[in-house]
Write a protein that binds this ligand. Structure first.
Ligand code: S3P
Length: 430
């Protein structure tokens, strides 16, 4: 039984997942396709873009920066780029709930000789912006904001940048990407090094646009020099972070049988599949086509090392659900970054799984889940966080009795069709 009014979801379990599906286009790639197409000299096409609200905000921002964006009949976007010279936006660029949107736009705007103001919702207003503002200021951008320039709204007077060599204190693709985007318009070379390699979309996509870029994988280092990008025809594959909710639940519920087609499984995005495999999941992964099939089985707990976290940073809530279903203890180490996402995910996943009778413990950068006891239905909260809402909805499908998830209105930021997919996959299972 599923009942949903946009704000509140009610599900009854336990149930299994059966069927095949495609998930929305990858959110990270979608943001970047819009930004790079807006910068490029000429016309780009973007097929399969995410229909989520975050990406729609970035599209609006790119239009406000002067790019022409229109939608063809089949949903493909056609984007007329500005050859590196964007236009000063007339108003505030509102990124909504999107941390990726605000940080990547901060990098882009820093290289432009005009004023850009970036703002978002209350959640974005709590997220740290100094991680991008500090290096962008070192390059020469004038950036101010609330709390001494650490919080949105950000007011950016860009232009006249000079390249830097930057050792980022965090493994963050958002930080790396902001610096690289600024570096495209900076004098000299810009080099970013990360403590661990984060997702590589910006590097991969800049290469496809003919950028002057060099990647040293062994050193987690990227160098870029100023250039005008070539346009590109992008195809956006499915988002593994959305698929993770279904795959983690199906993996831990015997009787489930699920196939997800056409996922992006590139560097630092598919780490959750390695963790599921270690837990004993019955997985079949075809890296070429991005097809992942899973049959439910009895999982066992595992330990996730800090080195693995950048490769599964958004999948911890989904993996925590798998851990709750698995026999024994799972430990997620080095997860402090989760505390500065759309919610403090260490705290929110802990409180919500505990309501289902799961023993969960957390400290500053560790999450421990004792799994294997039957989950019981509960009244859960999303805390305005799409991934917490989806994690709890899937946990509810595995739990005995009724689960209510409040705050489902957060979900369309990344996955507008989530509830429709839930209904279909459980109906096929029923
Ligand atoms: C993203 C990077 C990640 C991730 C976010 C999307 C990106 O953030 O959590 O959802 O598209 O660059 P960090 O790189 O800051 O960890």
């Amino acid at each position: 039984m599923v009942d949903h009014d946009g704000q509140r979801l009610r599900v009854s379990g336990p149930t299994v997942l059966r069927g095949a599906l495609r998930v929305p286009g990858d959110k990270s790639i979608s943001h970047r396709a819009l930004l790079l197409a807006g910068l490029a000299e000429g016309t780009s096409l973007v097929r399969g873009i995410s229909a989520g609200e975050d990406v729609a905000r970035t599209r609006a921002a790119v239009e406000a920066l002067g790019a022409d964006v229109d939608q063809l009949e089949d949903g493909t976007l056609r984007i007329g780029g500005r050859g590196g010279r964007l236009a000063e936006p007339a108003g505030v660029l509102d990124v909504g709930n999107s941390g990726t949107g605000v940080r990547l736009l901060a990098g882009l705007a820093s290289a432009q000789p005009f004023l850009t103001v970036l703002a978002g919702d209350a959640s974005v207003g709590r997220r740290p912006m100094d991680r991008v503002a500090v290096p962008l200021r070192l390059m020469g951008a004038a950036i101010d904001g609330r709390d001494g320039g650490r919080l949105t709204p950000l007011v950016i007077r860009g232009g006249g940048l000079v390249g830097i060599h930057y050792d980022s204190p965090v493994a963050s693709a958002q930080v790396k990407s902001a610096i690289l985007l600024a570096g495209l318009g900076a004098e000299g070379e810009t080099v970013v090094r990360e403590p661990r390699r984060s997702r590589a979309h910006t590097e991969e996509m800049l290469l496809a646009c003919g950028a002057d870029i060099e990647v040293d994988v062994s050193q987690s280092r990227v160098r870029v020099r100023p250039c005008v990008l070539e346009p590109h025809d992008w195809y956006v594959p499915g988002d593994p972070s959305q698929a993770a909710f279904w795959l983690c639940l199906a993996a831990g519920t015997p009787g489930s049988d699920l196939v997800v087609e056409d996922l992006y499984l590139g560097p630092s995005r598919a780490g959750f599949l390695d963790v599921l495999a270690r837990m004993g999941a019955d997985l079949d992964v075809d890296e070429g086509s991005g097809r992942v099939a899973v049959r439910g089985s009895e999982l066992v707990g595992t330990e996730v090392a800090p080195e693995e976290v950048p490769g599964l940073v958004d999948e911890v809530p989904a993996l925590a659900v798998a851990a709750a279903l698995a026999r024994g203890r799972s430990r997620f180490c080095g997860v402090a970054e989760l505390r500065v996402k759309e919610s403090d995910r260490v705290a929110t996943i802990t409180s919500e799984l505990a309501k289902m009778g799961v023993f969960v413990d957390a400290d500053a950068d560790e999450l421990i889940v004792e799994g294997g006891r039957p989950l019981r239905g509960a009244h859960c909260e999303s805390y305005g966080d799409h991934r917490i809402a989806m994690a709890m909805a899937t946990a509810g499908l595995a739990a005995h009795g009724e689960t209510v998830v409040e705050g489902m209105d957060a979900v369309p930021t990344s996955y507008p069709g989530f509830v429709e997919d839930l209904v279909r996959l459980t109906a096929e299972g029923g």
